[in-house]
Write a protein of this length. Structure first.
Length: 552
């Protein structure tokens, strides 16, 4: 395959450290490590997709095995090792995809292979991409070799999910966190590639590509490739065409839609959204852009045009700044919460478009502004006054309601107090601990009765006051549950206090002691002795009274 027939992401893949963009600190550290001869046993590169993890691994392998004295890694013509590594055919540099070789057997083969020294270069290097895909057993098999490998052996790991790698493995590597490429840096890079390809792409379209790629160089190159292939050779890729190709729309349309939501124009809001949807915009992209707009409205005073990552142009930035002055932050935070909830709901609804329309209608009814006194489009100077009027209206309604309640209360004072007698009938009198147990039994509060009998020791019982001690088995919600029930039953607030004194034995302990005493007394009877003589293995476990079989 010729170089010109490759996709842009492969055609312009960096071959030396100087070609890399956005990773200056990492590159400088690696260069210093190589030049000083302090090369770690294992390198670990982590970061989002498309920022150069595998590329840096290959360039590093070329630098380590470069046969030139300058160690410039193919800057002025590659050595044989550099050429073979670039073409993935070097016998001493093995690149492995951990997603397809995840098992412990694959790692054992790797370790076995590592016992043999390099054949034609200084180091034998294992590049393991997506290393987090290895199994737990595979990682464990790798630990010893990773910590104390032969001098000729180096490991280079790359991963997008560092948290999935055991900490025991991470601690044995020199870790490099690759950052997203900054917007302006990526913009200049894409512009250079566009010029090399002799493509006609406007700066606004490149800015959109940079925004969509979210700091990933590979994504940006792939989008540029797609944009150039979508047009004729002499046609320019402008912003509108790029938005249509990539499924994005102008922020000004979203800002106008947001204004309509605040004005409460339900029909116009739905029509504006449908115009956006008919441009081929996915509902999830729309919701994410809506979240972004709410963020800008909330924090626009803390931002600059440059910090918006090419999301806004000058007029949009100023428009948002003007709108934000007249919206309460509480409304924006409420909008943010509803938008996030809608984002979760999209996966539950078969027709996501309908869900978005209902979401916008809900926002209209959340808006605090009166529909009859709406400002004209592009004029938001009266919004705060409208909101204050609403607050006064709410205050008046509250006052009227309070006056009505007062009148009703005054009328009821003149009526005979009939309800008090009804309440008295429901009131239960509890004068002792036994009364409390009996009430629990009657009301079928079995759990409460169980706790009172088994895990509570009574210290003192007075009117509406209960002092107890307890053992370690008492339920943590006991006091709360008992207080609620006592109030329901007696219509009075009870004070429940814990005492350091042990207090009386619990009901269960008293019953157990009584049972032991009865059995002990029964064993002194002649009847028991005669039974034991005939049945030496017999054991007395319970005694029941003839008159009262329930006694024990």
């Amino acid at each position: 395959m010729s170089k010109n027939s490759k996709v842009l992401a492969l055609k312009y893949r960096p071959q030396i450290f100087d070609d890399l963009i956005g990773q200056d600190v990492v590159v400088e550290t690696i260069k210093n490590s190589i030049s000083s001869g302090k090369i770690p046993n294992a390198f670990l590169f982590t970061g989002i997709r498309g920022i150069g993890k595998t590329t840096i691994a290959r360039v590093l392998a070329k630098s380590l095995n470069c046969s030139k004295e300058s160690k410039n890694s193919c800057k002025e013509g590659c050595c044989d090792n550099g050429i073979e590594i670039s073409e993935s055919r070097h016998i001493d540099v093995l690149e492995i995809d951990a997603a397809s070789k995840t098992g412990v057997d694959d790692v054992r083969e790797l370790i076995e292979f590592s016992r043999y020294g390099p054949t034609s270069s200084k180091y034998k290097i294992f590049i393991i991409d997506e290393v987090h895909m290895l199994s737990k057993q595979a990682f464990n098999a790798l630990l010893k070799t990773l910590e104390e490998p032969p001098e000729y052996l180096k490991f280079i790991f790359a991963t997008t999910e560092i948290k999935k790698i055991p900490i025991t493995v991470v601690s044995r590597c020199q870790r490099f966190d690759l950052s997203r490429v900054k917007s302006f840096e990526l913009f200049e890079f894409i512009k250079k590639i566009k010029d090399k390809e002799k493509g006609k792409v406007s700066d606004e379209a490149i800015k959109l590509i940079v925004k969509i790629s979210e700091g990933s160089v590979r994504d940006a190159l792939s989008l540029l490739d797609r944009g150039l292939l979508s047009l004729d050779q002499n046609q320019e890729l402008d912003l509108k065409t790029a938005q249509k190709i990539f499924g994005y729309f102008e922020k000004s349309q979203l800002i106008d839609l947001f204004k309509l939501v605040l004005e409460g124009n339900e029909k116009e809001v739905i029509e504006a959204y449908r115009r956006i949807y008919n441009q081929g915009i996915e509902p999830k992209i729309f919701i994410n852009d809506f979240l972004e707009l709410i963020y800008y409205l909330k924090n626009i005073e803390l931002l600059t045009l440059e910090s918006t990552n090419f999301s806004l142009n000058d007029s949009e930035f100023e428009n948002i700044k003007q709108i934000s002055k007249n919206i309460d932050n509480q409304i924006l935070i409420l909008f943010w919460q509803f938008t996030l909830r809608t984002l979760e709901e999209l996966d539950l609804v078969s027709n996501q478009n309908l869900s978005i329309e209902m979401f916008l209608i809900r926002l209209i009814y959340l808006s605090p502004f009166e529909k009859k006194k709406l400002p004209k489009k592009n004029d938001f100077s009266n919004l705060i006054n409208d909101q204050n009027k609403n607050n006064n209206l709410i205050s008046n309604v509250k006052n009227e309601t309070i006056n009505q309640i007062k009148n009703i209360t005054q009328e009821e004072k003149d009526k005979p107090k009939i309800k008090s007698k009804v309440i008295d009938k429901d009131k239960i009198s509890i004068n002792s601990f036994n009364d409390l147990l009996n009430i629990c039994n009657e009301k079928k509060e079995i759990k409460l009765k169980y706790e009172l009998e088994k895990n509570v020791n009574l210290v003192n019982f007075e009117k509406s006051r209960l002092e107890i001690s307890f053992n370690d088995n008492l339920d943590k919600n006991f006091v709360k549950d008992l207080s609620i029930k006592l109030f329901d039953w007696t219509k009075e607030r009870w004070i429940i206090t814990f005492s350091k004194t042990k207090g009386k034995m619990s009901i269960r302990e008293e019953q157990q002691n009584k049972k032991v005493e009865i059995i002990k007394k029964a064993k002194t009877l002649e009847t028991y002795k005669r039974v034991i003589d005939k049945f030496p293995d017999a054991n007395l476990v319970e005694v029941k009274s003839k008159n009262n079989p329930e006694d024990s």
